[in-house]
Design a protein around this ligand. Sequence first.
Ligand SMILES: [Zn+2]
Length: 320
Amino acid sequence: MQKSILFLLFILTATFSCTNNISQEKNATEKVENRGANKENWWDKLPRPEWKAFPQIQTNSNWFEIYQITPNIIAIYEPGQFEEVISYLITGTDKALLWDTGTGIGDIKQIVDQLTELPLIVLNSHTHYDHVGGNYQFDNIYGVATDFTKKNAEGRPHEIAKEFITGDWIWKPTPAGFANETYELKPFQITKTIVHQDQIDLGGITLEILHTPGHAPDALCLLDRANRLLFTGDTFYPAPLYAHFDESDVDQYVESANYLAKLIVDVDHILPSHNIPWASSDYLKKMAIAFQQIKRGKAKYTETDGAKEYQFDGFSVITK
Ligand SMILES: [Zn+2]
């Protein structure tokens, strides 16, 4: 255990709320139709009961909630903003890896500095805004060499970013020091190019990078074979999967889902980048079957505003 962690108190969250499936489905549709408005108090479903299984680490942050998922994995969760994005700190004996840097609303570096003193690598599950917001704070960032990655590394101006902190996108007060009127996605520098199946040795933990395009061209998963864990980024979480963006590619998503389903023999649990930090690897198989059904035109969908939402057991897929 890191020296700095000794200063932190572990407490268990004791509050629960029932998940309302109907309102969740409604929210999913609204998210397609109208990103940003009329999300009808999506935060009423918080706290999600899945988090109660993990000890919470107390820090001085009023923005992030931080949980110990395994002895080597800490989840850094942002329940105050609609994405409910989760970044993960994975700690070996020699190095630590930060899997995503969140929305940039909270000061994630200040949190990471409290959690580890090891040399740090940042690796993004992909470069959508809610996963790279704190990248600018770090100087050792690994990434794939796609045009999409390069474009997103240029940042996004306030004119675009302001939507994500407006109206029903956000319900918690933003942290001290954060300026709503200037929020932007700051540029960052990829300092090392990585490719599919590259390995990162943190000391005692080896992580294998998997390039799994579909949701985004630079979508990655991160495999910890020894511990039978897979960080799935936005490629899978048990909620509506987004395959409808301009940069999404359903055919690639099908291939990636098939590839990940074969990993089920090596993986027991997945750690998604939104909503909840831990789920069964059974979903990998279910996702592959779902995408095969979509590709063959065998899956039922509802259509809203030009987007199709295919409903499956525990998740859905949204395409154009
Ligand atoms: Zn994304």
